[in-house]
Design a protein around this ligand. Structure first.
Ligand SMILES: Nc1nc2c(ncn2[C@@H]2O[C@H](COP(=O)(O)OP(=O)(O)OP(=O)(O)O)[C@@H](O)[C@H]2O)c(=O)[nH]1
Ligand SMILES: [Mg+2]
Length: 391
């Protein structure tokens, strides 16, 4: 998929349908004196519903949809006819979509499973017709209930990819190369930083027909939490991962320093990320000779004791340590404490508009607000030509 098509942030104005008004009507028929009330109820307004769909994995299909509105309920009629219910709008979203209020940034809900449905905005209830209000002392109620109003809201939908293992490393560490070696994914690989601009997912097949999902995200650099490089916005895609695979190239002088920088950037984004299981892979080990590897192994043994994590030496080119790495990842994934069931979503800052990674331009404002009086839309000049008589 071309990287421009990976959309993980959309802002949409949603509105549910109004409830239809109940009907005030008194039955009239030849030879039926005092027919009594027979006004029917209004129909329910349409809901706005989110539905998880595992066949989608970006929010691309919603990118150009700025408004989603359900239809209103129909009004009740005479002879106790019910109004028609408004049509629900079902928004298909990929599993792992988190929804926030577009104005306050408050977390609203998240869709995790395929087929899971969440009513985002409820349609208004239809009003009761006057037939309901008949009593012994008031046999001709000349009133009916209006329908409930609609609900409206700007919502921000963010995708937090559901993967088991997340790759974290500086640019050029060899993350995409590893993903291309262990899975069928074909991410872009090149010898310059920030080759990967959007997350890639790959399914890693393991022994006995078992598999797990790995996410490769753009590289992180020191100061990413202040917006350097591509910033931290892609870190939300590893928030849900059970295991984080850190990657530092063997060519780096100070392995522990690089590892600590990555850790502190993650902590600045969301301290909860530090509670996840971690494995460190030292990549590009084929660039070292025998003596270099030996030296590295003794260094790694010390670091393992210092950080209390497993460290694996790998090379995506020669295949060194790849199976060992898969074993280590799978072992971690099997542990019960690593099953991520719930994650907490911090409210987002809606004052900062997301900057598109590839072009650097700001997302354009999504909604045109009223108050701007546009001369062209002054409808009064069309009065009297026929279609404005209904109001
Ligand atoms: N010698 C050697 N080179 C490697 C290895 N893995 C990756 N490379 C090279 O390192 C460079 C960067 O690899 P990528 O996989 O694009 O690195 P990345 O971490 O995805 O980088 P960004 O997407 O920019 O963050 C490429 O030129 C790869 O060919 C390896 O195991 N050995
Ligand atoms: Mg890459």
């Amino acid at each position: 998929m071309p990287s421009g098509n990976f959309i993980d942030y959309v802002k949409i104005y949603c509105r549910s349908g109004k409830g239809g008004a109940g009907c005030m009507h008194l039955h009239r028929a030849k030879y039926v004196p005092k027919g009594g009330p027979d006004g029917g109820d209004g129909g329910r307004g349409g809901h706005i519903i989110l539905e998880g769909n595992r066949n989608l994995w970006t929010l691309l299909h919603l990118k150009y949809q700025k408004h989603i509105m359900a239809t209103d309920g129909g009004h009740g009629g005479q002879s106790r006819s019910f109004g028609k219910d408004g049509e629900d709008k079902i928004i298909q979203v990929p599993c792992g979509t988190v929804v926030y209020d577009g104005d306050s940034g408050e977390w609203l809900c998240e869709v995790k499973e395929h087929g899971e449905r969440i009513v985002l905005l409820k349609g208004g209830r239809g009003g009761l017709g006057n037939w309901h209000f008949r009593t012994a002392t008031n046999q001709t109620p000349r009133y009916a209930q209006p329908g409930e109003p609609c609900q409206e809201r700007n919502v921000i939908m963010q995708l937090k990819v559901l993967a088991d293992v997340g790759l974290v490393g500086f640019p050029n560490a060899g993350k995409s190369t590893l993903l291309s070696v262990v899975s069928a994914a074909k991410p872009e690989i090149a010898d310059y930083p920030f080759t990967t601009l959007t997350p890639n997912l790959g399914i890693v097949s393991y022994r006995d027909n078992r598999s797990f999902c790995m996410a490769d995200i753009p590289g992180i650099i020191e100061g990413a939490s202040e917006g350097k490089g591509l910033g931290l916005r892609f870190l939300r895609h590893i928030e849900r991962n059970a295991v984080l695979l850190f990657m530092v190239p063997a060519t780096s002088e100070k392995l522990d320093k690089e590892y600590n920088i990555l850790l502190s950037e993650l902590e600045k984004y969301n301290p909860e990320l530090l509670s996840k299981a971690r494995i460190l892979a030292i990549s590009k080990c084929d660039t070292l000779d025998e003596a270099g590897i030996k030296k590295l192994r003794t260094k790694v043994a010390k670091l393992e004791a210092k950080f209390g994590i497993k460290i694996v030496l790998i090379s995506s080119l020669s295949g060194l340590g790849i199976n060992e790495l898969k074993d280590a990842l799978f072992e971690e994934l099997q542990k019960e404490q690593n099953q991520v069931i719930e994650i907490s979503h911090a409210p987002i800052d809606v004052t900062v508009r997301e900057v598109k990674a590839e072009t650097g331009e700001e997302e354009a404002p999504q909604t045109i607000y009223l108050n701007e009086v546009d001369e062209e839309w002054d409808l009064s000049k069309y009065k009297g030509i026929g279609w404005d008589t209904q109001d």
